[in-house]
Design a protein around this ligand. Structure first.
Ligand code: IPE
Ligand code: IPE
Ligand code: MG
Ligand code: MG
Ligand code: MG
Length: 312
């Protein structure tokens, strides 16, 4: 097993494409780089099989949108590769941990995730809870190597990740989600919940990538707006796919929000208005990129399109 202090040897620099034709190739290469880094940094040899549950929860599955945002944003500011790859892995670890806990019987009680039985179904509830806990800690361990990333950058990345994952972000949003079952939230409250539970980590992915390079205040603010719009759009589309897509295509149980009486963009606004919201948010994300005045934002623009046009 590789120590989290060692960078995996595969981490070659892959230039993000500014032409659409190169986007698919860039994505394939980066997905491979992220998978290899996760494989190297998520341990197998831990006490009592905990590593097996962690690896099951995070390897071989998922769209890896958050790592792709980190890497594309780093490219836009010509940042450093080692820091960005660590940031990409750390944000995926937090995301995968949030999914493991989200699926547990005390939360959404789901049995299917990323096309496989959920972690608690496969390993039991206690192991699923601990795997999530350990992945959260591992995310910060990956961000703080003994060398290779400047201490000030390590601290900045940790702060961005912690704030987006904690009470003001993902965990807080998840608490609101569970407290809102069966309640008719208004649009403002719904937006606030979605921004926290999903948007915050996606926005942090963009900002962590930007922190790996040089970015003036107006460009930082524009990337922050891009991340906020894309992050909210992502959960609006998740709500839409829950009612329009099949479980086998999603790799998770479709129709779960209606079944569980969750307030969503579809239940509150209706399907057509939810689709319009997603399209408006995509436009806002693209406007923000133009405002950034950064040159290499084509990949970020394509990722925003992908978020809204996706079918799984
Ligand atoms: C699902 O996220 C949970 C939400 C935050 C809506 P993703 O749709 O990114 O899940 P994976 O990573 O591709 O499995
Ligand atoms: C989950 O939202 C957001 C997280 C922080 C994990 P959902 O409960 O809608 O995600 P899915 O639909 O189960 O992936
Ligand atoms: Mg949930
Ligand atoms: Mg869920
Ligand atoms: Mg959902």
């Amino acid at each position: 097993m590789r120590l989290q202090d060692e960078a995996p040897g595969h981490a070659a620099v892959i230039d993000a494409p500014d032409a659409p034709a190169g986007f698919e190739a860039w994505m394939r290469a980066e997905l491979q780089a992220v998978e290899s880094a996760l494989d190297a940094w998520v341990p197998a040899d831990t006490p009592a099989g905990l590593g097996e549950a962690m690896r099951y929860g995070v390897l071989d599955g998922g769209k890896r949108l958050r790592p792709l945002l980190v890497l594309a944003s780093c490219h836009a500011v010509r940042g450093t590769r080692e820091a960005a790859l660590r940031a990409a892995v750390s944000v995926e670890l937090i995301h995968a941990y949030s999914l493991i806990h989200d699926d547990m019987p005390c939360m959404d009680n789901d049995v299917l995730r990323r096309g496989k039985p959920t972690v608690h179904v496969r390993f039991g509830q206690a192991q699923a809870m601990l795997a999530g806990d350990a992945m959260q800690a591992l995310a910060f361990e990956v961000l703080t190597p003994a060398s290779g990333v400047a201490p000030a950058l390590q601290a900045r990345l940790c702060a961005l990740l912690a704030r987006s994952a904690g009470h003001a972000g993902m965990a807080g949003g998840q608490a609101i989600d569970l407290a809102s079952i069966g309640k008719p939230l208004d649009e403002h409250a719904l937006r606030d919940m979605h921004r926290r539970k999903t948007g915050a980590l996606l926005q942090a992915s963009v900002l962590m990538g930007a922190a790996c390079g040089t970015c003036d205040a107006p460009a930082w603010a524009a990337l922050s707006d891009y991340g906020a719009a894309l992050g909210l759009a992502f959960q609006v589309v998740d709500d839409i796919l829950d009612v329009t897509q099949e479980s086998h295509k999603l790799g998770k149980t479709a129709g779960k929000d209606v079944h569980d009486n969750k307030p969503t963009y579809v239940s509150v606004l209706g399907l057509e208005a939810a689709r319009r919201q997603a399209a408006d948010l995509r436009d806002r994300a693209q406007d923000a990129l133009r405002r950034s005045a950064l040159r290499d934002t084509a990949t970020l623009a394509q990722l925003a399109d992908m978020v809204v046009e996706r079918d799984s």
